[in-house]
Design a protein around this ligand. Structure first.
Ligand code: AMP
Length: 700
């Protein structure tokens, strides 16, 4: 019989012989390992070989896991008390996500894009490494002088959470690397739970009256993000390695070499893999993997293709946090049939009215689905979706579930056609379509509660201000109580709370500690990078990547604001400058200019800067080069590089690449058959370089 103790693990009632024996074995082993640790770490005099130590450690962790014995020792080993929250640590190199491909044509396009970027002929072969896409959560393990020093989750890609204590409890994460590995080694991979272990874990959850996990990935993620490492230790986690982060020495020239090295260093690796030379090879691999999917002991959700040559990977680089040199070929979406019970209209932060289908809960690909998006009014009409219909629901990866079709032959009677509202269901303002936009929008603006609340949720969300303590429910609640009505209120909340008769700690569900935690989490974010700040403003069409581009172009909030106000005049240089930024077209420019033209938005900005420091944008690779801070324009056909690679290279050397020539342009790089841009450069006296001169300039 096991009785759970509060934070330190499990206690035993000694009426069970087997448990007693196991407990005895466990305690003896724990003491023995403790002594070995002491000799190894404190005396630098190992008493057993690494292999012998590993066998003992494995047995200890098996006992801990299988019989729930180990928490105390694990706690001692990983550092006493559970932590209050995870420390945030910047990754040495950002942890990227992957672009996705779904069809054979997409795979072909992926290869064409790569060859085009590298200026290769269509017929030329590029080796592509293929491996399974394991469905877990990614983790970066940093080894210093061969010892595991830090384990971080991906977090927001730039900064992760320090989960080292928890990761140390995973059996196939080596604590030490063999001798002669580089001084700094970062191994990236996926933490996952095997299918059979997942079943057992859920049975245990049920037995203990706890909610079962919806799928192995959620179970793995939940287990890693436990503040008490003893809980993590009791979960059956595994780790597969697939790539490197920061390395103090080059140890691999190809993706294949990376795998060989990881294998040599004792990491577990996913199977099967293949080195492919063509689209046909990739597809053959994909279909083989799809077939073998059910035989694998862990969940995979597709294949990952990576350019094999690491030098080529470096040339291809990364765009919007996704490497150009890799992609995930996702398995087909999973589908299921269920009843549509209701259609609700949700109002987003930009006023868009989105219909949401409420469904009788159904499991699709291991996840329980009870809502699906219906996108917009046209979509409902096109699919003729009605309340009471049986519908086919589809879910692919992390994408929001969708209604694929209505099973018309299962329709009972003649249910009413869904009437899309012409007023906002929240503030009752008129809802209209702008131009040929398919989306109906509430015109309530500032008076619409739904928009205001959604804007606040966006403002504190992970990629924006990232204020953990302000969850969706709290935002809504504080809005209703009038405590937070605008982003500025978030930062004055603590001051106001001091002089009120009804402080937050006195509210239902709150106390001194939770109030303190809330203010701590707000105060931690009083300094923010410009790109996050721009994204947080929630300007229509301005997503994470565009916010970064704007931050990179304007560097400070003051310059951005001035330039957007000046750009109101479409004839101005500020406007020309704005639309010369890659990917910013006239519609996006109008949304930006429109935002900065509204008095109440400027009031919010002015209010915010009184409480928040917006840090000037720092380029990721702040390399000093002859191009740092210069504005360059490419024109004509380059021979040695594709235009895309030339631009990417210039940007990585600190240059701003513009689409049109102005007085501010520093260099125009003119390839063959240059036209009007070259002429304009000559008129304005801008330095013009040919391809070779440009290469000479960037050579160093
Ligand atoms: P997604 O989360 O859908 O953007 O896919 C990107 C994630 O896939 C990465 O961040 C990894 O966590 C995960 N992944 C799983 N297997 C692999 C693999 N073999 N190579 C790279 N990433 C992988």
């Amino acid at each position: 019989m096991i009785k759970k103790e509060k934070t330190t693990g499990y206690l035993f009632e000694s009426n069970n012989d087997d448990y007693e024996k196991l407990r005895e074995e466990y305690l003896t082993l724990a003491r023995r390992i403790g002594q070995y640790d002491y000799w190894y770490h404190s005396k630098d005099d190992p008493k057993v070989s690494d292999a012998e130590y590993d066998v003992l450690k494995r047995r200890l962790l098996t006992l801990a896991r299988e019989y729930q014995l180990g928490s105390r020792h694990v706690l001692e080993k990983v550092g006493a008390e559970p932590s209050k929250k995870f420390e945030k640590v910047k990754h040495a190199f950002p942890m990227f996500t992957l672009s996705n491909v779904f069809s054979e044509e997409d795979v072909e396009e992926f290869l064409i894009r790569i060859k085009k970027f590298l200026n290769l002929d269509k017929e030329e072969e590029v080796d592509i490494w293929a491996e399974p896409k394991v469905d877990g959560l990614s983790c970066s393990l940093r080894y210093e002088k061969g010892n595991l020093a830090l384990a971080l989750t991906r977090g927001d890609k730039i900064t992760g959470e320090n989960v080292t204590r928890n990761i140390r409890t995973i059996l196939d994460v080596p604590q030490k690397l063999p001798l002669n590995t580089p001084e700094i080694v970062e191994v990236r991979g996926e933490i996952y739970i095997k299918l059979t272990d997942f079943e057992k874990l859920n049975q245990k959850q049920k037995k203990e009256g706890k909610e079962p996990f919806s799928n192995p990935r959620n179970a793995a993620a939940g287990s890693v993000r436990q503040l008490d490492p003893s809980v993590t230790a009791s979960r059956p986690l595994n780790f597969f390695a697939y790539s490197f982060g920061e390395m103090s020495e080059e140890v691999a020239k190809t993706q294949k070499d990376v795998r060989v090295k990881l294998n040599d260093w004792g990491f577990s690796l996913p199977h099967p893999v293949a080195l492919c030379k063509s689209e046909q090879d990739l597809l053959a691999y994909y279909y083989k993997l799809l077939k073998r999917r059910l035989e694998l002991s862990y969940e995979i959700d597709g294949a990952v293709y990576k350019v094999n040559d690491i030098k080529l990977q470096e040339r291809l680089g990364v765009v919007s946090s996704r490497p150009r040199w890799a992609t995930a070929h996702k398995f087909p979406a999973e589908r299921a049939i269920t009843l549509l019970t209701k259609i609700d209209i949700q109002v987003g932060r930009t006023g868009a009215l989105t219909p949401v289908a409420r469904l009788e809960p159904i499991t699709v690909g291991g996840v329980v689905v009870s809502n699906a998006t219906l996108h917009n009014e046209d979509e409902i009409r096109r699919k003729d979706v009605r309340v009471g219909d049986m519908v086919v629901v589809q879910r692919a990866g992390d994408v929001i579930p969708q209604i694929v079709e209505v099973l018309k032959d299962k329709r009972k009677g003649n249910p009413a056609v869904f009437e899309f509202p012409d007023h906002c269901p929240v503030c009752n303002s008129l809802a209209i379509r702008e131009g040929d936009d398919v989306v109906l929008r509430c015109t309530g603006g500032l008076i619409c509660e739904a928009q205001a609340v959604e804007r606040l949720k966006h403002f504190v969300s992970r990629l924006a201000f990232d204020i953990e303590g302000l969850g969706d429910k709290i935002i809504k609640n504080f809005w209703e109580e009038g405590l937070i009505r605008s982003p500025v209120d978030i930062f004055t909340l603590e001051e106001r709370n001091k002089s009120t008769l009804t402080p937050i700690r006195a509210k239902e569900g709150w106390g001194d500690l939770s109030e303190k935690n809330l203010f701590d989490s707000i105060n931690n974010r009083r300094e923010i990078e410009l790109n996050r700040f721009i994204y947080a403003l929630g300007i229509r069409q301005i997503g994470e990547a565009t916010a970064k581009r704007l931050a990179s172009r304007y560097s400070t909030l003051e310059t951005l604001k001035k330039s957007m106000i000046a750009a109101k005049d479409h004839e101005s240089e500020a406007y020309a400058d704005l639309i010369s930024i890659d990917d910013i077209g006239p519609a996006m420019a109008d949304d930006l200019i429109g935002f900065f033209a509204e008095g109440h938005n400027l009031e919010i900005l002015d209010g915010l800067v009184k409480h928040v420091t917006v840090k000037p944008y720092e380029r990721q690779q702040s390399v000093k080069s002859p191009l740092t801070g210069k504005t360059v324009v490419f024109t004509g056909k380059l021979v040695k590089f594709s235009r895309q690679e030339a631009k990417a290279r210039a940007e990585s050397l600190g240059a701003k690449v513009a689409g049109s020539v102005s007085k501010k342009t520093d260099y125009v790089i003119a390839g063959e058959d240059s036209g009007s841009k070259l002429k304009k450069a000559q008129e304005l006296g801008v330095t013009v370089l040919n391809e070779d001169e440009w290469l000479e300039l960037i050579k160093g």
